[in-house]
Design a protein around this ligand. Structure first.
Ligand code: DC
Length: 225
């Protein structure tokens, strides 16, 4: 069966802290579709690697971890091997580790089928870096969602301060730029805007405006199909 022909996917790719997670989740909710946070999978590989003391240069063991990742997504909660990992994967150590794991081709391969299995009726909104290029190249709509580095650092800063976590905008900006460079310059599945992706710059948009734009584009496509 050609699942691609029947189950639509909206692929939302973009850099760290661009707000694509929030937008993707709300688009999925509005359509009543499933949602895939592919970055969480790389973060889970990093968490499992840290817990097993596996180094970032050990590609074979990282791929093995990715292949047998025992993960459960339940609403907003994420479980790794039966333990709640929702907050643990958002630490700075896991962010850096995820970006290292994501540069390993064998890790990316090991996560491919797992990501594609999220494609279930009536549809899927998938967000990450290579949703439109590698995982769901036949997506009904591809969006490249971004914002200026300064706006992204400010949003991350506000999130941390709201949670009572001390943060420095300059450090956040530098970390974001370093991670952007690593994600965009790696040889496998680098982050880039595809020629067939719509560009959504959210620097001056509210979340509601960004969600409405994605839904509008999808309805345009679906109407035209
Ligand atoms: O979206 P995020 O910040 O949770 O992603 C964590 C890391 O995983 C980030 O460095 C980019 C990488 N990633 C990737 O390479 N491919 C994806 N589809 C999703 C995330």
């Amino acid at each position: 069966m050609n699942r691609g022909a029947v189950i639509p996917v909206i692929a939302i790719d973009g850099p760290s802290a661009s707000g694509k997670g929030t937008v993707a989740k709300q688009v999925a909710r509005a359509l009543g579709w499933r949602y895939l946070d592919s970055g969480a999978l790389y973060r889970l590989v990093a968490l499992a690697a840290i817990e097993s003391s596996v180094g970032w240069e050990d590609a074979a063991r990282l791929a093995e971890i990715a292949g047998r990742l025992d993960v459960r997504f339940e609403g907003e909660e994420i479980w790794l091997a039966g333990r709640r990992a929702t907050d643990a994967i958002r630490t700075e150590a896991c962010s850096i580790g995820a970006s290292r794991c994501a540069a390993v081709p064998a890790v990316r391969n090991a996560l491919l089928d797992r990501q594609r299995r999220f494609r279930e009726a009536p549809g899927l909104v998938a967000e990450g870096r290579d949703m439109g290029s590698v995982v769901f190249p036949d997506a009904a709509l591809k969006v490249f969602l971004t914002a200026s580095a300064e706006a992204r650092a400010e949003r991350r800063h506000k999130q941390l301060i709201d949670k009572g976590i001390p943060a420095n905008i300059q450090t956040l900006l530098r970390d974001l730029q370093e991670r952007d460079a690593r994600d965009a310059e790696r040889p496998v599945a680098p982050l880039k805007q595809l020629p067939d992706a719509r560009l959504l710059d959210t620097t001056r948009l509210t979340v509601d405006e960004a969600v409405a734009q994605v839904l509008g584009w999808y309805r345009e496509r679906a109407g035209a199909a």
